[in-house]
Structure formats: structure tokens, C-alpha cells
Design a protein around this ligand. Structure first.
Ligand code: ADP
Length: 264
């Protein structure tokens, strides 16, 4: 109301155009800042493994062959491979994100999420690290309209995180069920390290991590939740996050009734 009144007043004095222009510039500047931040972040994320990798290469290059044991060589190569794989993971996640952002919402066909959950866990694409994984309350007939590969990445991202941020003796509970209101809900609950309230709203930002060191050490790219949020948005679903620091977290993707169906 206030703004509108001001606009009317300014227009009356022939200042309307001025106001609009100022606003546009602010918008453009904001976009530009976001873009700059993003480029800076990507550069930083890639620079670290790249520096380590070229350091090893230099050492190997400068070292006479005979002064290097087979064991040492193997160790160097393994560390170099790790850095290369890290860069690969970042680039792949970035490409996934940009595809998700540039294409319209996901129509797709009915997908049985229980099959994806079982595949993800059984084929070892997501490996528990000693935590007990309970597959509980899984509705095998429940389907959601969508794109299978995208849904699979949301399924595995939340599972991978639960494993990453839960100590070895913790428990992880996976569910896929229909709520009383007819929503379909995929949820992953863990008894892990949890997240402080002030960090929760920032988790889906690209490259945001509560603990950079821990995320790196476990092979995280810092893009998993950004991807998951985009997949959710493209399926008109909501990514909901509940957590208590030091106690554990509950991540859910909740799909609207319009996308839900039952297979026989
Ligand atoms: P990453 O590759 O670092 O795991 P994500 O985008 O998947 O990136 O997650 C962002 C951050 O959110 C993580 O670095 C971590 O700090 C926090 N996080 C995600 N899942 C959990 C969880 N289940 N428990 C505690 N913290 C989590």
C-alpha cells in the first residue's frame, strides 16, 4: 500500500520512470552479485583439489624413478585419483543442477519409489558405514508422477547424507507412505549429528556446508541438497527439514496428492 501510494505520488511529479529504473538496476545488481558469488564458489571448490593434484604431479615429475618405492608410487597415485574424482563429482553435480534449472517442470509417468529405494540400498550405490538402516513403512504400490532418474537422485542424496552425518552405531530409518491428506512422503530419519536451527535455512544453498572439513572428508560436494530441492520443486513437492543439533535429523520430500497414484 505504502509503496503504491509513493509510486502514485512520484508519477504525479513525473518521477515514476526514475523509480522504476532504480528498481531494475537493483534487481540486475542482485543477479550479478549472485552470479559472481557462484563463480567465486565454483572456482574455490575446484582450486583446492587441483592444487593438491598438481602438487603430487610435480613431486612425481621431479623425483628420480629409483628413489620412489612401488608402495609410495601407489599411495601418490591413489591420492591423485581421489582429487580427480572429487573434481569430477563437483562438475557432474553442477551439470545436473543446471539441467534441472533450465528445463520445465517434470511431467513424467508414475514411478514406484519403493523400487528405487530398494535398488539404491541393495546395489550398494549407497553403502551404510556401520549404521543400522531400517526400511520401514514402505508402500510398494505407491507411485508418484515424475522422472525416475531425478527421483532416484533425491532418494540417494538424502540417504547418503544420513549415512555421512550419522556415527557408526546410529540408526537410519527410511519410509515411503501416503499421508491421511493423500500426500506421498519419502523420508529419511537419522540419529546423527543434527543441525543447529540457524543453519537449516541455508542447507539447500549451493556449496553451503555446516562443517566443510567433514563434508569434504566424506566425499560431499555441497550440492546434494541443492539438487534435491530442485528435484522436489520440479515435482511440485516440498523438501522439509527438521533437525535437532546433536540428536538427529528428519528430511522429507512431500508430493502433492495430484501426483500420487497406486499400482496394482
Ligand atoms: P554435502 O555434499 O556437503 O553433504 P549437501 O548439499 O548434501 O552437501 O548438504 C549440505 C550440508 O547439510 C552438509 O554439508 C551438512 O552440513 C548438512 N547435512 C545434510 N544432511 C545432513 C544430515 N542428515 N545430518 C546432519 N547434517 C546434514
Amino acid at each position: 500500500g505504502h509503496e503504491k501510494a509513493l509510486l502514485v505520488q512520484l508519477t504525479r511529479y513525473g518521477l515514476g520512470q526514475f523509480l522504476v529504473v532504480t528498481r531494475d538496476v537493483t534487481q540486475v545488481e542482485k543477479l550479478e552479485t549472485t552470479r559472481k558469488d557462484f563463480v567465486a564458489n565454483v572456482s574455490h571448490e575446484l582450486r583446492t583439489p587441483l592444487t593438491v593434484l598438481s602438487g603430487f604431479l610435480e613431486t612425481l615429475h621431479d623425483m628420480p624413478d629409483e628413489s620412489l618405492s612401488d608402495e609410495q608410487r601407489q599411495r601418490y597415485l591413489a591420492m591423485m585419483l581421489e582429487q580427480a574424482q572429487r573434481m569430477q563429482a563437483i562438475v557432474e553435480d553442477l551439470l545436473t543442477l543446471s539441467t534441472l534449472e533450465s528445463s520445465p517442470s517434470a511431467e513424467g509417468r508414475p514411478v514406484r519409489l519403493s523400487a528405487i529405494i530398494h535398488n539404491t540400498l541393495q546395489q550398494g550405490r549407497v553403502l551404510s558405514n556401520g549404521q543400522h538402516v531400517f526400511i520401514e513403512n514402505i508402500d510398494d504400490t505407491l507411485c508418484v508422477d515424475g522422472i525416475e532418474t531425478e527421483l532416484a537422485s533425491a532418494v540417494s542424496n538424502l540417504l547418503t547424507n544420513a549415512i555421512r552425518y550419522t556415527p557408526k552405531d546410529g540408526t537410519i530409518t527410511v519410509s515411503w507412505y501416503v499421508t491421511e491428506q493423500g500426500h506421498a512422503c519419502y523420508s529419511v530419519q537419522d540419529t546423527g549429528i543434527g543441525i543447529a536451527a540457524q543453519d537449516i535455512p541455508r542447507l539447500t544453498e549451493r556449496f553451503y556446508r555446516v562443517d566443510r572439513g567433514r563434508s569434504r572428508a566424506t566425499g560431499g560436494t555441497g550440492l546434494g541438497l541443492a539438487i534435491t530441492k530442485h528435484v522436489a520443486m520440479r515435482h511440485n513437492a516440498e523438501l522439509s527439514i527438521h533437525s535437532r543439533f546433536g540428536a538427529g535429523s528428519l528430511f522429507s520430500v512431500i508430493f502433492p496428492p495430484t501426483r500420487v497414484s497406486k499400482a496394482d
